[in-house]
Design a protein around this ligand. Sequence first.
Ligand code: ATP
Ligand code: MG
Length: 381
Amino acid sequence: MANIILTGDRPTGRLHIGHYVGSLRRRVELQNSGKFDKIFIMIADAQALTDNADNPQKVRENILEVALDYLSAGLDPEKSVIFIQSMVSELTEITFFYNNLVTVQRLQRNPTVKAEIQMRNFNDSEDADNKAGTPVGFFCYPISQAADITAFKANVVPAGEDQKPMVEQTREIVRKFNSTYAPVLVEPDILLPEEAVCQRLPGTDGKAKMSKSLGNCIYLSDSAEEVVRKVKGMFTDPGHLQVSDPGKVEGNTVFTYLDAFCKDEHFEKFGSCFIGKKVSFEFHNLEEVKAQYRAGGLGDMMIKNFLAAVLNDTLEPIRVRRKELEQNIPYVYEVLRKGSEIACREAAQTLKEIKAAMKINYFDPGVLEELIETQQHKYSE
Ligand code: ATP
Ligand code: MG
């Protein structure tokens, strides 16, 4: 079986460090591992419109922002096909057929969609103008995601933890399709980040998930000064009032980010800025820092300075590449146009197989002749 990746992002804003540790960093590693036959990275504009139907301009503009973030973070169009979802109309057709394989009750059990409906206040009772309430397209987006994954016969989906129910739903659709019609589709597996903290990075406000829609993000394209400002504004342990007080590491977002980003080499690089005025290395790794914080005697400002330095160290090369790419916008759109062309060809092939399995390929070569013959036979008896 071929080794194929499909994953993507909604163009609802620039990409943030949650995307980076949850999926993007891994994608780049997988891309460069040479272990995959094909890699498809999708900018999910049609999905973004399911809860932004009244704001097409936002979605349109963010397609470029996400593409810039991809290329700056190291996705290489020579190795990965980067494409725009709505340009592949086959995906919509496949979704339409999968709709028949999923029940409303099953969709209602999806915990991610449930949480997202809550977050967007879609649950408020429907008013006369139909302003509140859940858009049908939004409610059904797990089905459209199943179409995206299976259209490319992807067996691996690198994503954050919130995508687990989507991949599970996809597997169910695949099993149902293959047993009802013919074994055309491939059952995918989610590939979660190894470290638990990276599976769902919290927001700078300490909320459960950093999310473009919640405005609690550190963006890959934030300037070094913005990163410092955002880190300084973060909550730590509310009980850690004096430097000498013992502090809590668990649930302290500053430490969560350090868990996701800090490497031992950062201590050699930034030890001095971390310990403040004293230029000596008191710590060699994060475990030592945590032990000191728990015991008391380590100020929040010092930890924050260190975190900002670590984040900026990771983001600086991405920022530099982005600045270059921002000067070459036609190139970025050309990458998307070419990628979308390739994606169309791939999805069209799968759609052909899907239609044949569902017996809705009436006019395919050879099929019509056979159809005429059998139906004619019925009436000539
Ligand atoms: P939106 O609020 O519009 O849904 P989002 O910030 O949730 O945006 P998505 O485009 O929905 O981003 O998610 C893209 C990918 O990034 C998915 O694989 C998702 O699991 C991952 N991801 C998003 N947010 C986080 C996070 N805070 N931590 C880890 N992974 C994340
Ligand atoms: Mg999301």
